[in-house]
Design a protein. Structure first.
Length: 125
């Protein structure tokens, strides 16, 4: 088996008592990773510090850097593919202080079983 050119990063942080078993099962394809990053990984030191309380559409450039992080907040991989359909956001009744209800259909369209965490991030204008 030719292994040249393969590169992998395994970030386990605090995997707990059964972390070794979970890592082995993931590496051997016995389960599907469904975790997501809780922080942004910058591409270069010129992007530090990362800010979560600013307008995400602003681009912070450093020399020839395009401003894009190596891995953004919420990034994760899977052994399968999911499709999101029928996103619907229902506002509260006029002049009420009710909640906004958001629904979406998530379908596994890949060839393997897997879990998906649907995430929605909002901010005030």
């Amino acid at each position: 088996m030719e292994l040249s050119g393969l590169l992998a990063i395994l970030e386990a942080w605090y995997p707990g008592e059964f972390g070794g078993k979970a890592i082995a099962q993931t590496l051997f394809g016995e389960n599907n990773p469904a975790g997501r990053f809780t922080i942004t990984f910058p591409r270069s030191v010129g992007q530090l510090p990362d800010f979560y309380n600013s307008d995400p559409s602003r681009v912070y450039k450093y020399v020839d850097d395009d401003g894009q992080p190596l891995f953004p907040f919420g990034f994760g991989l899977s052994y399968t593919t999911f499709r999101y359909d029928h996103l619907v956001a229902k506002p509260p009744a006029s002049r009420s202080k009710g909640d906004i209800t958001v629904t979406v259909d998530v379908t596994n369209i890949g060839s393997r079983e897997g879990d998906e965490v649907a995430q929605l991030y909002v901010r005030q204008k």
